[in-house]
Write a protein of this length. Structure first.
Length: 683
């Protein structure tokens, strides 16, 4: 399990579904404060709507490209990062001293951009896989074909997640987990709302058109059977809330059980097919009832339907590597109907997304070499050090933790692994063959390499230095199994970090980001694991009861917010991120106060008409600038996301901070006022 600060950003970077991006600040020279006044809306009082006051000018002024709906500061910055990398990769062709990794990046890019060759190849690059699928005439054959596709990056309904074992964190565990169907998540299949029904009808048409293009017999009948089967599987899947309960997905299995544990679904055969060696003995099945349902579908659904389904999923997965009719059909459904975009992503952007998903470490190596100044990291490290020290102080002075709880929290904080910038070592691509004439083969070979690396971990001790996010990602995460926080290099840019700006805005933005990720180690789920990643209770019973009381207060607060008229946020679904937002903002402010104590002459200084705490909170709000929720697709995303919408993240966290009320003189009667007895502070 890991907490991700901006999960929707990276989700949009995928090669098939698209990519996302993020932020240029306002035009002109950097102001002394680091706060760009035209990002604000002076017509809105901060006491009435702090989010609109802080970023209303940005919302009115900044428009994202038609191919990226839901524009935001983070997406703007990510797009800027990728534009720079696109120029870098194109320049490598003329670079006489390019490294082997750089040459492979350039060759991969060239192959992907050669649409004439792709159009001429048709479906010939997929024939090897089609032959394997056509030979699958029963459940075991289908499982073998699924394993082949999974070993090259395409999980169909379930997959294997290799992670540290929370019972013995020094070793890896192979965890069978429910995985992607074709639509984003189970609600799309099971909801009775008219909008979802309309999407399912559009999806049925999409499946039929893909099968027709591929020459599958009786595509209309097969499409109906496929959608019906996926719907049954989706119905059996566990909800996000159910899977996020610590311990709920712990169901250990011995290797000898895998073949027969779920009738119709031979997980031992699957494990062999994806390359898990016979000596690997530690397994878990996260959602057993789902795997039982999957086995039932393998037994009851005719093999020809499964064959059509596997071909459809493979073609859909590789649509951007296939001729124009397949690319256009993918855009028709995924880009326009499902995502609500009104334009098609440029080919170069998809190329970078494909490289991100296959050679992300090599791309990160290039990014760091060309775009990551050491001075920026050095200053950011000061912010990081202050955040850790402030967190420690807040634990030690907590008014609700017992001495037992304080010792447990400090022990976990002491073992936290925090990495900023880029990993010290990256995956080796020495054995990866890249051929500028073979884009599909490049993708499959690169994904196979990543898959083999993952299952190969089962033969090694847990690597607590490994990164699962690239240096060029505008994001960050906390891994509970490694007790590790990763903060990629791409974050050290505006609006998250301004090397020449006053401290206040940097602690409000980057300081908050860092503290948010650290707080995931102590959120509702993270607080049930120790510093080694072992699931154990380190709080007293009274501590845990008080923690839950405070968490419930946040659930009620955020559950009271409307995403759209009559449609309330799911406070239970978003509780992990809401705890991290509220704790992160409080810790970041305490870190800023530490910085002020080192430079007392700057305390209280006014810059650009703003006092220090005002600048701090404006820096925090600016990183959440985004288009307002408008469409039905926006509403669906907000209601199903584990993160609250950006506006509510700002308002909800600010209203729990005493420093906010002092900074902006918010009083009873103001919309941003919450009575002191209702304000929630956990960390």
């Amino acid at each position: 399990m890991q907490g991700s600060f901006l999960a929707p950003v990276l989700a949009l970077l995928l090669v098939v579904s698209g990519i996302s991006a993020a932020p240029c600040l306002a035009q002109g020279a950097q102001p002394p404060s680091g706060v760009y006044l035209d990002d604000q809306d002076a017509n809105v009082r901060p006491q009435d709507d702090f989010y609109a006051h802080a970023v209303g000018g940005w919302i009115a002024r900044v428009k994202g490209p038609a191919y990226l709906p839901g524009w935001s500061a983070s997406r703007e910055l990510q797009l800027n990062v990728y534009e720079g990398l696109d120029r870098d990769i194109q320049s490598l062709a003329a670079e006489p001293h390019a490294t082997p990794n750089q040459r492979k990046l350039a060759e991969f890019y060239t192959s992907y951009m050669d649409v004439d060759r792709i159009d001429a190849a048709g479906l010939r690059p997929l024939q090897r896989y089609f032959r394997e699928i056509d030979g699958a005439t029963g459940p075991r054959g289908i499982v073998r074909a699924m394993a082949l596709l999974s070993s090259q990056g395409l999980d169909i309904g379930f997959g294997v997640w290799v992670h540290a074992d929370d019972e013995a964190p020094e070793r890896y565990l192979a965890d069978f987990v429910q995985s992607d169907l074709s639509l984003p998540e189970r609600t799309y299949y099971v909801s009775t709302e008219p909008h979802y029904a309309g999407l399912r009808e559009a999806y049925l048409g999409h499946v039929e058109r893909v099968l027709t293009l591929a020459g599958v017999k009786d595509p209309a009948r097969q499409a109906k059977a496929i959608v019906a089967m996926e719907t049954r599987l989706a119905t059996a899947q566990w909800t996000q809330v159910a899977t996020r309960v610590p311990g709920a997905t712990t169901h250990r299995s011995q290797r000898a059980q895998l073949a027969s544990q779920f009738p119709g679904l031979d997980l031992e055969l699957y494990a062999q097919g994806i390359g898990i060696r016979a000596e690997a003995a530690r397994f878990n099945v996260s959602q057993p009832s789902y795997f039982t349902a999957f086995g039932q579908q393998l037994r009851e659904v005719p093999p020809e339907v499964w064959q059509a389904y596997l071909k459809y999923r493979l073609i859909d997965h590789l649509a951007r590597f296939l001729p124009a009719p397949y690319r256009d059909e993918a855009d028709r459904f995924y880009t326009f109907t499902l995502a609500g975009a009104t334009g098609t992503r440029p080919r170069w952007l998809r190329a970078i997304g494909a490289i991100e998903a296959t050679m992300g470490d090599a791309l990160g190596e290039l990014y760091v070499q060309r775009h990551f100044p050491p001075a920026a990291k050095a200053r950011a490290q000061v912010v990081l050090d202050d955040v850790i020290a402030a967190f420690r102080e807040r634990i030690e002075t907590s008014d609700w933790l017992s001495e037992t709880g304080k010792r447990g929290a400090i022990a976990k904080l002491d073992k936290l692994v925090i990495r900023l910038g880029a990993p010290d070592r990256i995956h080796s691509y020495a054995g990866l063959h890249i051929d500028r004439m073979d884009p599909v083969g490049n993708w499959m070979r690169a994904r196979a390499l990543l898959s083999s690396f993952e299952v190969g971990k089962l033969q090694r001790p847990v690597d607590r230095e490994e990164w699962t996010m690239s240096a060029q990602s505008v994001n960050g995460y906390y891994s509970v199994s490694r007790n590790q926080v990763v903060l990629p290099a791409a974050l050290l840019q505006p609006p998250y970090f301004q090397a020449g700006a006053d401290d206040a805005v940097n602690y409000g933005a980057l300081g908050f980001f860092i503290a948010h990720e650290l707080s995931h180690a102590f959120d509702r789920a993270g607080s049930q694991y120790d510093g080694a990643g072992r699931r154990v209770e380190w709080m007293s019973a009274a501590d845990r009861a008080e923690f839950e009381r405070r968490a419930h207060a946040l659930i009620e607060q955020y559950g009271g917010y409307e995403v759209a008229p009559g449609q309330h946020l799911n406070g239970e679904l978003t509780i992990g991120e809401n705890i991290a937002d509220n704790a992160g903002l409080a810790i970041a402010h305490a870190a800023y106060e530490r910085a002020l104590r080192r430079s007392p002459t700057t305390k209280g200084e006014t810059l650009d008409g703003l006092n220090a705490d005002q600048r701090f909170f404006l820096g925090f709000a600016r990183i959440w600038a985004s288009e307002p929720i408008k469409s039905a697709a926006d509403i669906r995303q907000a209601l199903s996301d584990t993160h609250a919408p950006d506006r509510l993240r700002v308002i909800g966290a600010a209203m729990n901070q005493e420093a906010f009320y002092k900074a902006f003189d918010a009083r009873s009667g103001d919309a941003m006022f919450m009575p002191p007895e209702k304000r929630t502070n956990i960390w």
